[in-house]
Write a protein that binds this ligand. Structure first.
Ligand SMILES: *[C@@H]1O[C@H](CO)[C@@H](O)[C@H](O)[C@H]1NC(C)=O
Ligand SMILES: *[C@@H]1O[C@H](CO)[C@@H](O)[C@H](O)[C@H]1NC(C)=O
Length: 472
């Protein structure tokens, strides 16, 4: 009996050490795949787009990551849904995002962030980009980059979303988007602790599908680094019951099969057939697709006038889970993502492409179909800002109380029944915020009783085992 008790105790204290990781590992890129920079495992995006109220709700007082109470509420639902990534379209870098980013990190969730907003001087005008590509705009972009580079769970930045979406924008904007990507990469290279990837999110228009992706992928002959690190495709072509062929996904696979960088769906989830059953998730994470696509993000978390929501947020801050939420959860939760092992057995053909693309990144052509790349961009506009750096505090993880991880708001199911079991987020990564922060002046709070560091718990574990052993 004693011995069994000992085993149970030992099991219990070891599991409290290993259940949660001590840090959130940055994601990097290797060839055409995202990888966990610590474990080397491939990383697949299983996520949602998240912009409550739309980008126009971003202002001097709020954005999606400025209010810890709404973050706690929504992260509880992210975990219920089973996601590992959110994409946010607009933030205000003058606001503090430490608490929300810490919560996301603790929940094991990464962020892909667009650097633009609808506010003046915070986006490119797609028809007259030269009127908006200026110092004020670049300063905004670099502020966002500088601040969010401080968080390990910042997976990447989108330089633009659907900037090129018709004939006129395709006439003028491509070189500006490419220049901006280069500016961001240069800034990151000189001011950030790690190489955070920069990409572009494209409207999936057949006229630009291949040419624009190729243009943004290619390396300039003058050696300037202006190519994307990853490519996002907004795709709504799988509506209702479909197959790879009937949806046209087979053509998408074909179009991107030789792309040298990670590609994923930066938006998906056609709502022409309701309720959405999200069967495309099965396709997306099948062998047919995961060689080419690194997962995707469902558009979108909150219900807005365009009717793509998974969750309805009421005036009082309570959240009602809609039918689409449960449909998506059926696919996402418990979905086994491909691992290194899957590739070793399944990848031989593409592995060759990967080898080739890593050693031989495509050089830019002089011409691309349907887009014009000859517009001249003022090339050195970003130089002084990059040289000087941006004076804004880098974000960093902070210590949180268990109270912070609970929702102040109520949850309801589709029929109006309360869901009391959803009340607190689950800690996946129980990191000590004082580590991995460059800011030496911040001292770890020694006074906290309800958090146990890894080292403490190892000692505690040995102590318990030792004491119990004495009694056996
Ligand atoms: C951030 O990532 C670095 C590199 O892997 C790691 O050393 C550090 O502990 C991480 N910090 C946190 C808080 O997860
Ligand atoms: C530290 O703990 C003491 C007693 O447990 C408490 O009175 C004090 O407010 C705490 N200080 C901080 C900074 O949390």
């Amino acid at each position: 009996m004693m011995f069994r008790g000992l085993l149970i105790l030992a099991y219990f204290c070891f599991s409290c050490i290993f259940v949660s990781a001590a840090s959130i590992n940055p994601i990097g890129i290797s060839g055409k795949r995202f990888v966990d920079t610590v474990t080397g495992e491939p990383f697949f995006i299983k996520g949602v787009d998240y912009q409550p109220g739309g980008s126009s709700e971003v202002n001097s007082a709020q954005d999606p990551l400025s209010d810890p109470d709404t973050c706690a509420r929504d992260i509880i639902l992210f975990q219920e849904l089973g996601i590992n990534t959110v994409r946010i379209y607009s933030v205000n870098p003058e606001l503090n995002h430490d608490e929300c980013m810490t919560m996301l990190g603790m929940a094991g969730i990464y962020l892909i962030l667009d650097v633009n907003s609808p506010l003046e001087n915070q986006h490119l005008n797609r028809y007259e980009p030269w009127t908006t590509y200026n110092q004020d705009y670049l300063e905004h972009v670099f502020q966002v980059v500088e601040q969010f580079s401080g968080y390990n769970n910042t997976l990447g930045f989108f330089a633009g979303n659907e900037v090129i979406n018709d004939k006129r924008s395709a006439q003028y904007s491509p070189p500006y988007v490419k220049q901006l990507i280069g500016d961001m990469k240069t800034y990151i290279n000189q001011h950030c602790d790690r190489d955070i990837p920069v990409g572009y999110s494209a409207a999936d228009d057949l006229k630009y599908r291949v040419p624009l992706s190729k243009y943004l992928e290619c390396t300039d002959k003058d050696g300037k680094i202006t190519n994307v690190d990853f490519y996002g495709v907004n795709s709504y072509q799988w509506c209702g019951k479909q197959t790879l062929e009937s949806s046209g996904y087979d053509k998408l696979i074909e179009a991107y099969s030789d792309y040298s960088k990670p590609v994923f769906f930066s938006e998906f989830g056609c709502n022409r057939v309701l309720p959405r059953t999200f069967d495309e998730v099965k396709a997306l994470f099948s062998k047919d697709m995961y060689d080419v696509f690194s997962g995707g993000l469902v558009y979108e978390f909150t219900q807005e006038p365009n009717n793509y929501g998974l969750v309805d947020i009421k005036e009082d801050g309570s959240a009602t889970i809609l039918e689409d939420f449960n449909q998506l959860k059926n696919h996402y939760k418990g979905l086994a993502l491909p691992t290194k092992k899957d590739f070793m057995s399944a990848m031989s053909k593409n592995e060759q492409i990967e080898q080739a693309s890593m050693s031989n990144l495509p050089l830019c052509s002089t011409k691309y179909e349907n887009i014009n790349i000859i517009t001249k961009v003022a090339k050195d506009l970003a130089k002084p800002l990059i040289k000087k750096g941006i004076s804004i505090e880098k974000g960093h993880f902070v210590d949180l109380d268990p109270e912070n991880l609970k929702s102040k708001y109520k949850f309801y199911d589709n029929a109006g029944g309360e869901l009391p079991s959803l009340n607190s987020m689950r800690i996946v990564n129980n990191f000590d915020s004082s580590k991995g922060s460059k800011d030496k002046s911040r001292k770890p709070k020694k006074n906290e009783t309800n958090k146990i560091s890894i080292v403490d718990s190892v000692w505690l574990c040995f102590a318990i085992v030792y004491i119990v052993y004495q009694f056996v």
